[in-house]
Design a protein around this ligand. Structure first.
Ligand code: HEC
Ligand code: HEC
Ligand code: HEC
Length: 131
């Protein structure tokens, strides 16, 4: 066969170059955020878990925060009993943000990716972070 090896090599090099931009982008521009739960308060937990199961928190934390606000502000109820019976103070700042004190790497990393910017921090104090 006429120079089959070189042709194959040429095709291979062409494919490698043509698809390089694609492979090179994997894990970069479209990387899903990996919100960090590495905070001092969470390190101290015996069980590294949120107030409700992770899947629930991921999809329902906005509704849960709304319920918390209504419970506290409208009904004066400041204690939340979680699904597992554990009790938590109803407080964005002193409960959620005590564990998730890394707002930038946690809340913000997801929200920037999803293109949402909750206005809560206009009034509620965000945790103090270096920077
Ligand atoms: C006792 C510490 C603690 C408290 C309080 C807490 N969290 Fe969490 N949270 C965690 C830990 C640990 C994880 C990761 C493991 C897990 O989800 O079980 C987590 C996970 C999450 C996740 C899912 C993250 C992901 O990668 O999918 C969200 C969203 C979240 N928390 C929001 C909140 C909000 C909002 C509040 C207050 C209503 C809150 N958390 C209160 C410790 C806490
Ligand atoms: C796993 C990713 C993830 C993490 C971590 C996360 N959020 Fe969210 N959050 C979202 C997404 C996605 C939305 C938009 C959901 C929608 O529009 O239905 C959202 C929406 C919200 C909203 C409603 C905003 C609006 O304008 O509707 C609030 C409030 C909120 N998040 C608070 C928090 C707080 C506080 C934390 C940190 C303790 C946090 N979230 C961590 C993904 C996350
Ligand atoms: C205009 C100012 C303002 C904005 C914006 C705001 N809040 Fe509040 N929020 C308050 C005030 C005032 C209280 C009552 C504080 C109290 O009674 O302890 C409160 C109470 C709460 C409570 C219950 C008590 C506590 O200390 O956490 C939650 C939960 C809460 N807000 C969540 C949110 C979330 C989530 C957002 C964003 C989606 C938000 N708030 C935006 C002013 C605001």
């Amino acid at each position: 066969m006429y120079n089959g090896g070189k042709i194959l090599l040429g095709i291979f090099v062409f494919l490698a170059l043509a698809t390089y931009p694609f492979y090179n982008n994997i894990g970069k521009a479209n990387a899903r955020p990996e919100p960090s739960t590495d905070t001092p308060a969470i390190q101290k937990l015996a069980q590294k878990k949120c107030i409700e199961p992770e899947a629930f928190m991921k999809s329902e934390h906005m509704q849960l925060l709304n319920q918390w606000r209504d419970a506290a502000v409208r009904d004066g109820n400041r204690i939340y009993v979680a699904g597992d019976g554990q009790r938590y103070d109803i407080s964005l700042q002193n409960t959620c943000m005590k564990c998730h004190s890394n707002k930038k790497e946690f809340c913000d990393s997801c929200h920037n990716y999803a293109g949402v910017s909750p206005y809560c921090w206009d009034c509620h104090l965000a945790p103090k972070e270096g920077k």
